[in-house]
Ligand binder design. Structure first.
Ligand code: SAM
Ligand code: SF4
Length: 329
């Protein structure tokens, strides 16, 4: 098992397959974004497969595909099929805004994708448009239904809570768990990069405690779920008579760095050691050089060893060189 210097078992690799997106969420991607990783620098499906083989060799078991918007990657089904064939990988998931799932959910499930997290910040069409800016709620909802029909379950919904945008929507989103076995998770805003999104993330922050209070006032007491998975970044609850789960992810007000089990791979082939930190290690050169896959494994293990103990948001320090859409959340 790949243990880091602090004894954390790092067995979960989040792979950003692309930095393009068909949305422009207010806290993630500036409206005028025009600089993307050139296609020659994007890892190919075969290179991603080699990184995952190296990761499985050293004990990684869980893979998540993310972006940007991963469904914009034309060879996404091929990527999933390649990963699904690798011994030792027990779970393949994807984080997506869902709008392309009506076309892709079935081929992805057939290819070996296990489940998806759908990003839906509001159930109100106008507020959805205010936060996510491109795309519509009905398109995202069609994606959720397609995922469920294709068996990409259990369905998890992620919502980022933004003051003056969607903070009241936590109630209707949490209400979904009364009638469905879904997990709805509310995420605190994080400032990443040096742009309008990072400034908004600082100005419009809503704590999980505030979101929880709002949900409880409307829907009743949230009861903590027993035996929570220590590596789950969310603290999970159930509403009275709830079928599903309501989770709160609180990287700012209650950091979970002590149980972090992730490594991240950027679309241009760099291990990003901590979401909220700029440290990275290049693996693309090794993939394209003559050193072979032993070198890829060595870089991955070095990246695990160099993983910082935790983030320093409380000191006003965050990732400066990359925005969220360039890392993948
Ligand atoms: N496009 C996909 C999506 O939106 O799910 C995958 C990539 S997106 C960067 C991954 C997750 O990051 C999203 O689900 C969103 O909830 C989260 N996210 C993006 N920017 C964020 C921010 N500034 N603070 C907190 N979460 C953020
Ligand atoms: Fe796109 Fe996801 Fe970022 Fe929204 S959060 S802009 S959907 S990458």
């Amino acid at each position: 098992m790949p243990l880091d210097r602090f004894g954390r078992n790092i067995n979960y690799l989040r792979i950003s397959v692309i930095d393009h997106c068909n949305f422009r969420c207010v806290y993630c991607m500036p409206l005028d974004t025009s600089q993307y990783v050139p296609s020659s620098m994007l890892l190919s499906a075969e290179e991603i497969e080699r990184v995952v083989m190296a990761a499985a060799d050293v004990g990684f078991e869980k893979i998540r595909l993310t972006g940007g918007e991963p469904t914009l990657r034309a060879d996404l089904v091929d990527i999933v099929e390649r990963i699904a064939r690798i011994d030792g990988i027990k779970d393949i998931s994807m984080t997506t805004n869902g709008v392309l799932l009506p076309r892709l959910a079935k081929p992805l499930a057939d290819g070996g994708l296990d489940r998806v997290n759908l990003h839906i910040d509001s159930l109100d069409p106008q507020r959805f448009a205010k936060v996510m800016r491109f795309g519509t709620l009905s398109e995202a909802w069609a994606g959720l239904e397609a995922a469920e029909s294709a068996g990409l379950t259990p369905i998890k919904i992620n919502a980022v809570v933004v003051r003056d945008h969607n903070e009241e929507d936590v109630v209707e989103l949490a209400r979904l768990t009364l009638g469905k076995p879904w997990t709805v998770r509310f995420i605190e805003l994080m400032p990443l990069g040096d742009n309008d999104c990072a400034r908004l993330a600082k100005d419009k922050f809503v704590s999980s405690a505030d979101s929880m209070k709002r949900v409880e006032e409307a829907l009743g007491t949230l009861t903590p779920i027993d035996n929570q998975d220590a590596s789950d970044e969310a603290v999970n609850y159930r509403l009275p008579k709830g079928e599903g789960v309501v989770g709160f992810i609180s990287p700012v007000s209650d950091p979970y760095c002590g149980t972090c089990n992730r490594m991240r791979l950027t679309a241009d082939g760099r291990f990003h050691l901590c979401l909220l930190n700029d440290d990275e290690m290049d693996v693309r050169a090794a993939l394209r050089g003559d050193d072979g896959d032993a070198r890829v494994r060595e870089i991955l293990l070095n990246a695990v060893k160099a993983k910082p103990t935790g983030h320093r948001l409380h000191e006003g320090i965050s990732t400066a060189e990359r925005s969220m859409f360039q890392i993948g959340g």
